[in-house]
Design a protein around this ligand. Structure first.
Ligand SMILES: [Zn+2]
Ligand SMILES: [Zn+2]
Length: 219
């Protein structure tokens, strides 16, 4: 599920395509279904320097997001909400799951600045995975592109989410500062997404062990 056509969000598909097409041991899982903006197929062709019209449909099944039209992916219902980011068709994704413990919702912001669609996508989410690429006071002149930790916290509060997990921090950001910004705008738990960690998305009335807070020794 591809939020938008910036390389940090989709260029890994180029390697995946090579694996599916060329692994000499074979690929036994069939074509991989992709969901993304309408330009995804031609974007991947260009990433391989293939001419327009070249087909990757022997490896991928291309499905195009339609604004706020839900699709079923395995056990999940996924709804794209068009957000505010400088590229065609940028989406936040709302992922809903009805399981034995009840219904739960994960919302992923994609890349976006603050906008109503982001709040709608995240409404009452159990876990809001939200980008915070900018810092308050550093990129205040750049709007319509990314969120700060503070603006992510504001969206979390407006959407009444249960937990906020900040992600998409460039290496020059302080995770501690991003988390502090989030906490200053949102009263629920705020964490920083970490490579290798597993986060459980459960209904709000279910208690699980493990906190979202980043280990206090790290910055
Ligand atoms: Zn982007
Ligand atoms: Zn990005």
């Amino acid at each position: 599920m591809i939020s938008h056509l910036h390389p940090d969000h989709c260029v890994d598909l180029a390697g995946l395509h090579v694996a599916v097409k060329w692994d000499p041991r074979g690929w036994n899982a069939g074509r991989i279904p992709l969901y993304g903006p309408s330009g995804l197929h031609s974007y991947l062709n260009r990433s391989h320097a293939m001419p327009e019209g070249h087909s990757m449909e022997t490896e991928f099944v291309f499905n195009v997001w339609q604004e706020r039209q839900s699709v079923t992916v395995g056990p999940f219902t996924v709804t794209p909400f068009e957000v505010e980011h400088p590229c065609p068709e940028p989406y936040a994704l709302r992922v809903e799951f009805d399981g034995p413990m009840g219904s739960s919702v994960l919302t992923y912001s994609g890349d976006t600045d603050a906008c109503d669609a982001l709040v709608e996508a995240a409404r009452d989410a159990d876990l809001f995975l939200c980008e915070a690429a900018y810092e308050e006071g550093r990129e205040d002149h750049l709007r319509g592109i990314h969120l700060t930790g503070y603006r992510a916290g504001q969206a979390a509060a407006q959407a009444n989410v249960h937990q906020l997990l900040l992600t998409h921090l460039p290496v020059w950001n302080s995770p501690t500062k991003a988390r502090r910004e989030g906490i200053s705008a949102f009263s629920g738990p705020v964490g920083i997404a970490e490579p290798g960690y597993t986060y459980k998305v459960v209904p709000a009335n279910v208690t699980i062990s493990g906190a979202l807070a980043r280990p206090s020794t790290a910055d």
